[in-house]
Design a protein around this ligand. Structure first.
Ligand code: GLV
Length: 326
């Protein structure tokens, strides 16, 4: 008998076919609408494997309904949507898709940094609304990126890839991380700093850390008040790492100069979200890894993880490694 797999959203056809060769596949069919919780609660009961996205909350109450589940394969590098401890307690493997999205996400982070520094979106809106009357010395002036100081909070793969790009702009790069990364310091010419120093000295602060109970609201009112008035905050990690209310106040009151955000505390944001009213914010709908090539690769990697787990191999990107080290 083939193992049963439930896929929570339409993914590339070739990837579904690949899973279908070895498994009996059921899939939520509506494009770009997350699977309703009730449907997922039913589907998980009999599934041997779950292929899911970061839009699904795979919490303990859901996991506890599963009778046969062996693997939860998340098509994302972040897995804060999954209660990994609850899965581990039941011997269920959790996998993610690191590596394939590193460069694409670093590209987007840098695009957001540049767009925010040089007011690209505001400038386009200015043109569209017919306001451009003449070249003017101080019209839509922004912040220099070249030669500025960049502070990276969280020096993982994507942090390193952003640092590599920053070097091309002759930026001084500070970083803060739970552990020192001595090799990366050498390779990318990084300087370790405590969080306060990084916030005080950086012209651009990039949030690049995983979202965990420890990093929840890591950047709040106090941290924002330490930043330069000319500083720009970029978040392409997870919304909850930055306190959105505090950020709104800081942007409105001129505590910091601008922000570029790809992620939000609650996604999708509502059309009346307060941050949308501020001109000094560039906001994107969580598209960090969204190139055609990378999203396709992520689906392939998630499928490989799933199939490895279902054929009693250790998946390459197993999050709860303690399951195999027992
Ligand atoms: C996207 O945010 C991911 O975690 O892959």
């Amino acid at each position: 008998m083939k193992p049963k797999v439930y896929i929570t959203r339409r993914i590339p056809k070739e990837v579904v076919e690949k899973i279908g060769q070895l498994c009996e596949v059921r899939m939520w069919g509506e494009e770009d609408v997350p699977v309703p919780r009730q449907v997922l609660e039913e589907e998980i009961i009999e599934a041997d494997g779950l292929f899911c996205l970061l839009t699904e909350s795979i919490d303990e109450s859901l996991i506890s309904r599963a009778k046969n589940l062996k693997v939860i394969s998340n098509m994302a590098v972040g897995y804060n949507n999954i209660d990994v401890d609850a899965a581990t307690r039941r011997g269920i493997m959790v996998t993610n898709t690191p590596g394939v999205l590193t460069e694409t996400t670093a590209d987007l982070t840098f695009a957001l940094l540049m767009a925010t520094a040089r007011r690209i979106v505001e400038s386009t809106d200015y043109l569209r609304s017919g306001k451009w009357k003449t070249w003017s010395p101080m019209l839509l002036t922004g912040q220099d990126v070249y030669g500025a100081t960049l502070g990276i909070i969280g020096m993982g793969r994507i942090g390193e890839a952003v640092a590599k790009r920053a070097k091309g702009f002759d930026m001084k790069v500070l970083y803060h991380n739970r552990n020192r990364k001595l090799e990366a310091e050498q390779t990318f010419d990084l300087e370790y700093a405590d969080l306060q120093t990084l916030l005080k000295e950086s012209d651009f602060v990039c949030v690049m850390t995983p979202y965990t109970p420890e990093t929840r609201n890591l950047i709040g009112e106090k941290e924002l008040s330490l930043m330069k008035k000319t500083a720009v905050l970029i978040n392409t990690a997870r919304g909850g790492i930055v306190n959105e209310q505090a950020l709104y106040e800081a942007l409105k009151n001129g505590t910091i100069w601008a922000a570029g955000l790809d992620v939000f505390e609650e996604e999708p944001i509502k059309p009346d979200h307060p941050l949308l009213k501020l001109p000094n914010v560039v906001m994107l709908p969580h598209i960090g890894s969204a190139s055609i090539k990378t999203r396709t690769r992520m689906a392939e990697v998630a499928a490989t993880n799933l199939l490895q787990a279902l054929s009693n191999q250790t998946p390459e990107h197993l999050v709860n490694r303690e399951l195999v080290n027992r």
